[in-house]
Design a protein around this ligand. Structure first.
Ligand code: LP5
Ligand code: MN
Length: 278
């Protein structure tokens, strides 16, 4: 994959009926700024929980319609599973025109080999989660789940969310971050000089010295009711742009006046500029 033009990367919107402000932020982003791009990368956890493509309850139907309109406008939409919406399937892709990306996926942006991931695979210190992940990614377990009624699936998802909330409250924060050796292993295996992922909700751009060369790990931000964020690749380079409710897409676009909350170039103005040697 060697995308040209403007690419936008977002993840961790966690859209749900309980977050109406984040939903309207996402819908205005999809109706505006997203349509100025050539490609849109949705790197997982766009939904807070996805229990099957047959669930058209709110906000699923609205988001699918908005994504279908984005692809109809000529933007290529790529979607990767997150740990909350890994059951997004073929019907969703057919309805929206999104293409499903494997985790990880290697692509080239501006000639750089870039690895795209959701991020949960990098959190290998979280042994309990990795065990849970292996179980629920088992195709047979998923098929059995999908055979159940929507009401029964909704209950199981709510139960998992509750258990997950209790489990994460007990875990040390560093366990839920990426493991640096795992990051290095993925970068080496794929020969990548850039890694883009979400999941950890610790946005930042980290320089990594790996085998004598430099790599960048860009972590996407979680969206909040009144603030989202995207990573942007243009022919001139990479930067971050906020997504704000009050802005029209033209104000949010490339011709926006610089401001405190404006775009931040990468990696020179990084939020986290620590160089990790591996
Ligand atoms: O999501 P978040 O941020 O709270 O925490 C994640 C990890 N938790 C999860 C679980 C999801 O939140 C649950 C979402 C369900 C939606 C879809 C339902 C479809 C079900 C399909 C079934 C086939 O991903 C959390 C990490 C954290 O990120 C940081 O990385 O720590 O991991 C956990 O909390 C896992 C626990 O440590 C262990 C699991 C407890 C649940 C026990 C149930 C066992 C049942 C086995 C099933 C076959
Ligand atoms: Mn996640």
């Amino acid at each position: 994959m060697n995308p040209q033009g403007v690419s936008l990367f977002v993840s961790d919107l966690h859209l749900s009926p309980d977050r109406p402000e984040t939903l309207s932020l996402a819908l205005s982003f999809l109706a505006g700024r997203a349509r100025e791009a050539d490609r849109l990368y949705l790197l997982g956890d766009i939904f807070d929980a996805w229990i099957g493509d047959d669930d058209d309850s709110s906000p699923n139907a609205e988001v699918k319609a908005a994504l279908a309109a984005v692809t109809a406008s000529g933007v290529r939409c790529h979607l990767m599973h997150g740990n909350r919406d890994f059951l997004i399937g073929r019907a969703f892709c057919r309805e929206t025109g999104c293409r499903l990306l494997r985790d990880p996926t290697l692509a080239r942006f501006g000639g750089e080999s870039t690895l795209l991931m959701h991020g949960d695979l990098l959190c290998t210190d979280d042994v309990a989660y990795q065990r849970f992940r292996r179980r629920i990614r088992n195709p047979l377990v998923q098929r059995l789940f999908l055979w159940r009624s929507l009401a029964a699936r909704r209950k199981v998802a709510a139960d998992y969310r509750r258990k997950s909330g209790a489990a994460t409250a007990e875990k040390a924060p560093q366990i839920m971050d990426v493991n640096q050796e795992t990051v290095a292993r993925y970068l080496r295996r794929y020969g990548a000089v850039r890694l883009i992922h979400g999941h950890t909700h610790r946005p930042g751009d980290h320089l990594i010295a790996i085998d004598g060369r430099e790599a960048v790990r860009s972590v996407l931000a979680e969206w909040h009711p009144n603030q989202g964020e995207m990573l942007v690749h243009e022919p001139s380079g990479w930067h971050r742009e906020p997504v704000l409710p009050s802005q029209s897409h033209n104000l949010q676009g490339r011709h926006r006046e610089p401001s405190v909350t404006g775009s931040s170039p990468i990696p020179s103005a990084t939020r986290s500029s620590t160089v990790t040697k591996l």
